[in-house]
Design a protein around this ligand. Structure first.
Ligand SMILES: NC(=O)c1ccc[n+]([C@@H]2O[C@H](COP(=O)([O-])OP(=O)(O)OC[C@H]3O[C@@H](n4cnc5c(N)ncnc54)[C@H](OP(=O)(O)O)[C@@H]3O)[C@@H](O)[C@H]2O)c1
Length: 513
């Protein structure tokens, strides 16, 4: 195991100081996200001693349940999904601060009851009244829920001396620019922008946060991090699963909306952004936003040159027959929803002039993996690289976001022996091996940030709308100029041949991460 030297990061120290005692109200407390991610995240923060000692969690959902039934339903989620195992003593302690309220989000009575319940719990547990409202609910319920909170007087204005009110909003924030603007306007009637935390859990992943540290806490990368030395960048987000039980949602979304508009564009921003002049949340967010604003639009018939979309077709994977997308349950037999998309993207600014960013995501790919690969330019064709028939592999920095978080750097080295034989080798770093313990889940980190009021890793309204504006151009282009029947790729393969052509026409090729 690596010896860990040095100091705690600035942001870590800041957050530990500032996480405030508070009440977390999870709207959608009886839902999938709450049981798989949110409650396990709070439980793990408790086990790690990272949670402020004075806290309470209230789940709100439609199901009628007592607190005890709520605990029982969540216990299963902890056993299945928690990073650390269930410990009876700590679970008992945790559930003593875990409550449930049943109610409809479009019923004012729900919010009056919530108010009374909150006041009672906060009095009993001597909590200061800071409240975080987590909207783990369908986007169609955002308006009624935020209005309900407002009308019940549950939202304190920002920047006053009263206890804080913050709201966390889940994706999807809209399905195009207009609907995203509508959701944002609805929220802004009740909450100030400084109170709104739009979550993109990719930003909470350890390797994603490390990207900025890698770039701006090391001397060797930044001087090379531009069009003079970087040939291209690939961002790949592959899922092994098919559409599964999420078909109803996915049919309306597709890969571009589901993955590119949020997670992949955020990764691209972190790779391409300029050095921020401070770590202040808004400075970092302004710098990320500049990348979104520099994206070259892909509109009209250009979609056929710069994008490829496809659907998976049936195949036998590890001896099991899997259906094609259009045969999945709750998918229309003539669906034109893409389960795979590849794009060639340019960031039109000085640093990145002419450097293609190849983005790719799909379902039913060979494995679940997320990787950013930064490929440096080829060296001149002299000395060790003089053989035109077999040029040396260029240097490559591969950042693995999941699984097996870490990074590797490909360099060319000499094989031991009297002859000069040269070969690429990888300098490899793995979080798990280097630091021993599993990294905290993204939701743990992000919940703690909201408790501390640190919005660095959350999406500001302007960024959400800038990314939707760019994506909407592509969606409209597909609608007007796209073909009805999408190309297909065999389930379990790396995507359609059209995606290979997109990159190979410039003598590059996709990595097999
Ligand atoms: N699940 C994930 O991994 C995931 C990941 C990223 C984003 N998200 C987003 O997070 C949100 C929630 O997802 P989910 O998977 O947890 O959905 P879900 O399993 O369907 O849960 C929805 C929750 O909202 C409650 N609810 C819905 N409409 C309601 C109403 N009118 N009144 C009262 N309660 C209502 C449900 O209560 P009952 O069940 O009691 O009816 C349930 O607790 C969605 O926007 C989703 O896109 C989810």
């Amino acid at each position: 195991m690596a010896e860990i030297q040095g100091k705690v990061s600035v942001s870590e120290a800041k957050r530990n100081l500032r996480a405030q005692p508070c009440t977390l109200v999870i709207f959608g407390g009886s839902g999938d996200l709450a049981s798989r991610k949110l409650i396990p995240a709070v439980y793990n923060l408790l086990l790690d001693g990272a949670l402020p000692p004075d806290y309470a969690v209230i789940g709100v959902g439609r199901h009628q349940m007592s607190d005890t039934e709520f605990h029982a339903s969540l216990r299963e989620g902890i056993v299945k999904h928690s990073r650390q195992p269930l410990r009876e003593d700590r679970w008992k302690e945790f559930t003593s601060r875990l409550f449930y309220l049943a109610g409809e989000f479009d019923d004012a009575g729900t919010f009056q009851e919530l108010k009374a319940r909150l006041e009672k719990i906060e009095r009993q547990l001597i909590l200061p009244g800071h409240r975080i409202f987590y909207l783990a609910i369908p986007p169609t319920s955002i308006a009624s829920t935020s209005q309900g909170l407002h009308q019940a007087g549950l939202v304190q204005p920002a920047n006053n001396s009263a206890p804080f009110s913050r709201v966390i909003v889940e994706k999807p924030i809209g399905r195009d620019l207009a609907s995203a603007q509508q959701i944002n306007s609805t929220l802004s009637k009740v909450f100030d922008e400084s109170q709104i935390f739009r979550i993109d859990h990719y930003l909470g992943k350890e390797t994603v946060q490390n990207l900025l540290v890698l770039r701006f806490a090391n001397g060797i990368f930044e001087p090379l991090w531009n069009h003079k030395y970087i040939d291209h960048v690939q961002i790949t987000v592959c899922e092994e699963e098919g559409v599964g039980t999420r078909a109803a949602y996915y049919e309306e979304a597709g890969a571009l909306r589901d993955m590119v508009q949020n997670h992949i564009l955020q990764l691209l921003c972190l790779v391409a952004m300029e050095p921020p002049w401070s770590l202040d949340p808004d400075v970092v967010r302004n710098t990320r936003l500049e990348v979104l604003r520099s994206l070259r639009p892909i509109t009209g018939a250009d979609v056929n040159t710069y994008t490829v979309r496809a659907q998976y077709s049936p195949a036998v994977i590890k001896g099991v027959e899997v259906p094609g997308y259009r045969r999945e349950q709750r998918v229309r037999p003539d669906s034109t929803t893409e389960t795979f998309v590849a794009l060639k993207v340019f960031v039109d600014n000085w640093r990145w002039a002419g450097v293609p960013f190849y983005l790719r995501t799909g379902k039913r790919m060979p494995k679940r993996t997320t990787e950013i690969a930064v490929q440096f330019r080829h060296i001149p064709q002299i000395l060790f690289n003089a053989d035109l028939a077999s040029p040396l592999e260029p240097n490559l920095l591969a950042l693995r976001i999941q699984p097996e978080e870490g990074f590797s750097f490909r360099i060319i080295s000499k094989l031991p022996g009297s002859k000069v034989q040269i070969h690429p080798v990888n300098m490899d770093f793995q979080y798990g091996t280097a630091y021993g313990a599993a990294s905290p889940e993204a939701y743990e980190r992000l919940l703690l940030d909201v408790m501390a009021g640190d919005a660095t890793l959350f999406m500001r309204r302007d960024a959400v709308e800038a990314s939707w504006e760019w994506v909407t151009g592509i969606l409209e282009g597909w609608q007007k100029h796209g073909t009805k029947w999408l190309p297909e790729y065999s389930a379990g393969s790396w995507g359609p041949v059209e995606a290979d052509r997109l990159i190979e026409e410039e003598q590059r090729r996709w990595r097999m991460p």
